[in-house]
Design a protein around this ligand. Structure first.
Ligand SMILES: Cc1ncc(COP(=O)(O)O)c(C=O)c1O
Length: 421
């Protein structure tokens, strides 16, 4: 690791103490104490929500209450699409509930191939590999393609799966300041020219919903002969003319070496993938441990993914709805005087920035009690120690739902003392 190194992005745990007989779980005591202190204030646990019934992509019953879902990453609302459900049901009936095996052995069924073909068509790239999750896609691709003596250069605000991919691999890791083209250029310039380099970026950063200046970053990476991987988890389906992501929107077709994505957001199921036009890309299947040493996705999951991706390719109306919803919510919350993660709606994520944990949890709970579910996020997952209420829009949200959400935000912000003045 270089001087920039990896941030301790995992849990806030104490360093291990080598006392004889020390309980291995004692390192979690600070976490347990923090959680107990929070619950002692009488708030609900934001990290223990149960969806008792799910009515649609935007509505569920939580704690017995009809609730508008505003924190699911179900951006394109595909989870209840009739064709997607039918594909999953048919695969469940015809192929059974699981594969019992690795993709390398007995775990490649017809619909794993169908999902990879759907991805090839969606991205117009010849190489596509499906993983069991997006987390594993980052873990596997990053740790496998950047080896000993080579470099991974990543944005400081990268997702945990990107950090973990770096940890799992043997490459040197260099971080640059979030979305800073100048810092990326400076750090690449300090590295020796010969070794292979992989610059890892995200199209949309999921905490604040801000977009990367990918065009400038890719140009800088190419200037230093680095390959580029872009994680488009939070843009697939609605960013760019064909929904391929921010790289497509910024005119970077053919310039990005690897695109990582997930089935758990716009696609509406579970799974991960990497697509590429690199001529040797498929060799990853022979070397990538998180691809090889785990069971493949159930047939029903890959069948739903394939059906969903094929529909996302032509989902123009849904894309327009999603953007209109994001702008409506962003404007409404801005007008209330709340502090948001971006000045305008840059993506389908609208993040409300709060002062501290108590304010964030109080407001989160007031929203839940009024029938609105949003995600609460706090350090170390958030940038710069912020406490956030993250809203993610869905193409299926109706204008009336968003207007109700804005009214309930106003009331909850009053309860939490989060309004200006
Ligand atoms: C940027 C990014 N990459 C990867 C992942 C992991 O995706 P999955 O849920 O499929 O494991 C996430 C999930 O939140 C993410 O936000």
């Amino acid at each position: 690791m270089t001087e920039t190194g990896l941030q301790p992005e995992a849990l806030p745990v104490e360093p291990p103490v080598n006392e004889p007989g020390r309980d291995l779980f004692s390192k979690f005591d600070p976490l347990i104490a923090e959680r107990e202190a929070l619950l002692a204030t009488g708030v609900a646990d934001p990290f223990a929500i149960v969806m008792e019934q799910v009515r649609s992509p935007t509505e569920a019953v939580i704690r017995g209450r009809e609730t508008i879902l505003l924190g699911t990453y179900n951006y394109m609302g595909m989870t209840f699409d009739a064709d997607v459900l039918a594909a999953g049901q048919a695969a469940l009936r015809d192929f059974g509930s699981g594969t019992n095996g690795s993709r390398m052995l007995n775990g490649t069924f017809r619909d794993h191939v169908a999902a990879e073909d759907a991805l090839r068509a969606f991205y117009d790239m010849p190489g596509a590999i499906v993983f069991s999750t997006g987390y594993q896609a980052n873990l596997g691709v990053i740790s496998t393609i950047a080896g000993r003596g080579e470099y991974v250069i990543l944005d400081a605000d990268s997702h945990a799966s990107i950090y973990d991919g770096c940890k799992m691999g043997d490459a040197e890791v260099v971080r640059f300041r979030h979305n800073s083209v100048a810092d990326l250029d400076r750090r690449l310039g300090r590295l020796p020219p010969a070794p292979g380099k992989l610059v890892v970026l995200e199209g949309v950063y999921s905490m604040l919903g801000d977009v990367a200046p990918l065009a400038e970053m890719v140009a800088v990476a190419k200037k230093h002969n680095a390959m580029v991987l872009v994680d488009e988890a939070h843009s697939m389906g609605f960013y760019g003319p064909n929904g391929r992501g921010v790289y497509e929107e910024q005119g970077l077709e053919g310039q990005v070496d690897f695109v990582i994505g997930t089935f758990s957001k716009s696609v509406g199921t579970v799974g991960g993938f990497c697509v590429s036009s690199h001529p040797k890309f498929e060799a990853l299947r022979l070397a990538c441990r998180p691809y090889i040493f785990t069971a493949s996705l159930p047939p029903s999951v890959v069948a739903t993914a394939a059906a969903s991706i094929n529909k996302l390719a032509v989902a123009r109306t849904k894309r327009e709805r999603l953007w209109s919803n994001a702008r409506r919510l962003h404007t409404g919350l801005t007008d209330l005087g709340l502090k948001l993660g971006t000045e305008r709606a840059e993506s389908a994520i609208v993040a409300v920035i709060l002062d501290d944990q108590i304010q964030a949890v109080t407001m989160w709970q007031a929203l839940l009690e009024s029938g609105v579910y949003v995600n609460m996020a706090r350090p170390p997952a958030t940038p710069a120690g912020t406490f956030l209420l993250r809203c993610s829009l869905c193409a299926e949200h109706r204008d009336e739902q968003i207007d109700v959400v804005i009214q309930r935000f106003a009331a909850a912000a009053r309860v939490a003392g989060a309004l200006p003045g």
